[in-house]
Design a protein. Sequence first.
Length: 285
Amino acid sequence: MQEWAQIFLKSISLFIVVWAATRLIGKRNLSQINPFNFISLIIIAVAASLMSLNLIPFLYGFIVLVIWVAFPIALDYLSIKSKTMHQLINGKEAVLIKHGKVMEENLLSVRMTGEDLLAQLRSKNAFNMADVEFAVMETNGSISSYLKSDKKPVTSHDLGRKVAPQAEPQTIVLDGNLLEEPLASLGLNPQWLNIELDKIGVALENVFLAQVDSSGDLYLDLFDDAVQLPQSKVKELLYATLEKSQADFSTFALQTVDEEAKAMYSKNSQKLQDLLNKLQPYLLH
């Protein structure tokens, strides 16, 4: 077999081996991987490259691959089973800001300058140092920050208001292609989508992306950005319909002279009002 063919076949084989090795070592992205695993991946890549080019004997290269794949997996397993081993392998978190004060000694120990700290905080939307109560450098090098209580965004819980639970939106059209599985998971079908698109005068062929949230609201992004789309108001329309029905019952109760009918209209009006009070946090917020 010619040398180029050997290199071609060996490179394909090593590609599969390296791919499997990286999957075994872990699925973390590059920003979360620890330094040792990062070095292991580099050595695996270098060894595979040398082997594919016949620069080192295949057996020697295979031994290198086995060692640099097996050891990171073994160390990860030990770090899961033992907190001491976890700290020995991955290191410990470093507190950089405590009670609003910068811990200069810890900052020096992780080789960070004040400018580095400010840049990391800005990436967490903390532009003012005075707003930060606590910050720590994680073992993967990322910074986690906690704002002071009076600087944190106000939530519905803080206001004592109920809000509807929200599930993740389902993408039903992507890159112009209809995705029937997510649509079916919502209990919908392509006919429903076509009806909704007809209401706003849009063809499916012009839809680049479409999502449906847990409330049934349809979000569209079109290939033609010049087209202005109306905002979906499913929840607001439902609330308005119930509100109109409640107002109609109240009106009927005032207009009728039949006492039995008046009592029935008043009772149903009160039931709808109670229902509106319960649904308001879910439909209007």
